[in-house]
Design a protein around this ligand. Structure first.
Ligand SMILES: Nc1ncnc2c1ncn2[C@@H]1O[C@H](COP(=O)(O)OP(=O)(O)OP(=O)(O)O)[C@@H](O)[C@H]1O
Length: 577
């Protein structure tokens, strides 16, 4: 419980005026809730003693009408304030969480699945905000209400009867709540199962085209059913646990009721108490029921939220390995990049994917990277994006370790076109401008021209403003690829990386793009990973990768003169033409 308070303490401090208002309203509501029973008890004694007159009668009626109206108004303002506050809290938490996700490195995304990350930002966060607001209502209001009611019972009616009937409540409830703590373990397991279900649903929605194309609907539904059933069973287990426990809370209350009635009747017989006082007393025991049950509900919410807070916190406390130095160096341009003995192993792999790489890339060069599939080409060039830290060796830019430079600066000078293209549900132009939202119309048009995307615009029903469907559904594979190239080009990056990005275009388009690159990107660096030799044959330097190592290097002319992988593959490709 205090863990949650610690996590949201800053918010309560920031919103202290609102919390003060809520506290005042709650006190008012508690007092108003307790008044009618008291007025009623007085009325009974007045009637029994035959001292009722018109004035006191009118006073009683007015009080009994006005009290509920005042209670309704206070409750309305209270609920309005609580909802507004919890939305504000959820918004702040979610904003910080999403910002944190952007700060994280690639290793983090290897460790956590999408579904898990989504469920932390939705279901877990909802539990936290509910607890954060219920805690105020549940703890302050209900405890306040119980204390006021008990004080009235003890001071104005009978402290002996209060002691006899009410003491059982805190003792019984505390014991039951301690037993309930065990539920936390089940809730923790359930959050993991829930995250797995979210992940599966996400996968099924994202992969629905592939699932349908391979007629895998039944298998996928089976898999979906399995995770949903897992979720239901785990939740049912928690509910059953709760169902076994909840009636025990009512038993505690029932015992208090019986004790009050039995001893109250005895006190009336001994003339220590009036009938009206016993009515007030029994009504107050009834009034205590609501807050007592609510408090146990609040404990339950806090129990769930404690698990949620831990899960949320786990992300918020994670520090990325790839991060800026306290005072990073800035870089706008470069002269030379050097890979010196670079070895890199993916976090969850046993063996390194690239091994002892030595390579120098000079500004203005075009570098071709070829090699068998899975040989580590993408892994090698992606090191320039600073997604991971290299496992050993160093990458230097103009003699300084790449780690010294501001990550954002490095990413700004690199224009990377990945193998799979992420298109957003926006216009084609906006999708391209993601590369550089400040680009001028001229820069946008030039990028479109170099990527040879101009010819496609005529086929799009609203030209550049055509909205791209989810995952780029309204564009062909080649169009998506060229849009992606235009996105990188609109940045006018110092280094353009085409990671097998010309694979979905025909030979003519490939030639046009390569010519445009030569014409418009003089003095800038291009790194082209390709399977088709035509895409890299004019490169200043071609490297051949195999099993994570550079096995050959040179120009096309040099490589075709030595017997090796390049020459063999080149001859094979030429003979297939
Ligand atoms: N995120 C990752 N985690 C673990 N292993 C990975 C990851 N990405 C790639 N690999 C592995 O690293 C090896 C090299 O992959 P990489 O994509 O660099 O090769 P490539 O030469 O570019 O392949 P292709 O020509 O098929 O694109 C592969 O065996 C691949 O399974």
């Amino acid at each position: 419980m205090f863990n949650i308070y610690k996590k949201i303490g800053w918010f309560i401090k920031q919103e202290w005026k609102t919390y003060l208002l809520m506290f005042t309203l709650l006190t008012l509501i508690a007092l108003l809730a307790l008044t009618p029973a008291y007025v009623l008890g007085i009325a009974i004694d007045v009637i029994v003693s035959k001292s009722l007159n018109w004035t006191s009668f009118a006073f009683l009626i007015t009080a009994l009408i006005l009290i509920p109206v005042a209670r309704y108004l206070s409750s309305y303002f209270y609920n309005y304030t609580v909802n507004k506050t919890s939305q504000k809290l959820a918004f702040t938490f979610r904003k910080n969480y999403l910002k944190k996700l952007f700060d994280m490195d690639a290793e983090f995304y290897e460790k956590y699945q999408k579904g898990d990350l989504i469920s932390r930002a939705t279901a877990d966060l909802d539990m936290i905000t509910v607890a954060a607001t219920s805690m105020i209502e549940g703890m302050i209001f209900n405890i306040g209400m119980i204390l006021i009611a008990i004080s009235i019972m003890a001071i104005t009616i009978s402290w002996e009867l209060t002691l006899i009937s009410v003491t059982i409540m805190p003792i019984g409830i505390t014991i039951l709540n301690i037993i309930r703590m065990k539920k936390r373990e089940y809730v923790k397991k359930h959050r993991v199962i829930y995250a797995a279900m979210t992940e599966k649903i996400l996968e099924s929605v994202e992969g629905q085209k592939t699932i349908r194309a391979y007629v895998q609907e039944e298998n996928d539904l089976k898999e979906q059913k399995r995770v949903i059933v897992n979720d239901i069973e785990s939740w049912r287990y928690i509910i059953n646990y709760e169902n076994r426990l909840a009636p025990m809370f009512e038993s505690v209350y029932a015992i208090a009721y019986i004790l009050a009635f039995v001893f109250g009747a005895l006190f009336i017989m001994q003339q220590q108490m009036t009938v009206g006082q016993l009515v007030i007393f029994i009504s107050y025991i009834g009034i205590l029921y609501g807050p007592i049950i609510s408090i146990s509900g609040v404990f339950q919410q806090i129990n769930n939220a404690t698990v949620a807070v831990d899960r949320f916190d786990e992300i918020m406390k994670t520090e990325p390995d790839v991060k800026d130095d306290e005072i990073p160096d800035h870089i706008l341009d470069f002269k030379e990049i050097e890979f010196r003995d670079v070895t890199f192993k993916y976090p969850f792999d046993e063996q390194p994917t690239i091994n002892q790489i030595n390579l120098t890339v000079k500004k203005g060069q075009t570098i071709g990277v070829v090699g068998p599939t899975g040989s580590g080409k993408s892994t090698l060039i992606r090191q320039l994006l600073r997604e991971f830290n290299v496992t050993s060796g160093h990458i230097y830019i103009d003699g300084k370790n790449i780690k010294k430079y501001k990550i954002e600066d490095i990413r700004k000078i690199v224009g990377y076109v990945p193998q799979s293209h992420m298109l957003f549900r926006r216009g084609v132009d906006d999708n391209i401008l993601i590369g550089n939202p400040q680009a001028t119309i001229d820069q946008l048009n030039r990028a479109i021209k170099i990527a040879d995307f101009e010819k496609d615009i005529h086929y799009l029903n609203a030209g550049l403003q055509t909205k791209v469907g989810e995952g780029g559904a309204t564009l062909s594979g080649g169009q998506k690829q060229r849009l992606s190239i235009a996105r990188a080009l609109v940045k006018e990056p110092e280094i353009l990386i085409l990671d097998d990005s010309l694979s979905a275009v025909d030979a003519n388009t490939e030639e046009t793009i390569l010519e445009q690159l030569k014409k418009f990107r003089t003095g800038k660096t291009n790194i082209i990973v390709a399977h088709r030799f035509s895409a890299i044959r004019d490169a200043d330097l071609i490297i051949v990768m195999d099993q994570g190592k550079i096995i050959e290097r040179g120009t096309h002319e040099e490589l075709t003169k030595i017997d090796g992988w390049y020459k063999t593959q080149y001859i094979q490709q030429m003979s297939m033409k």
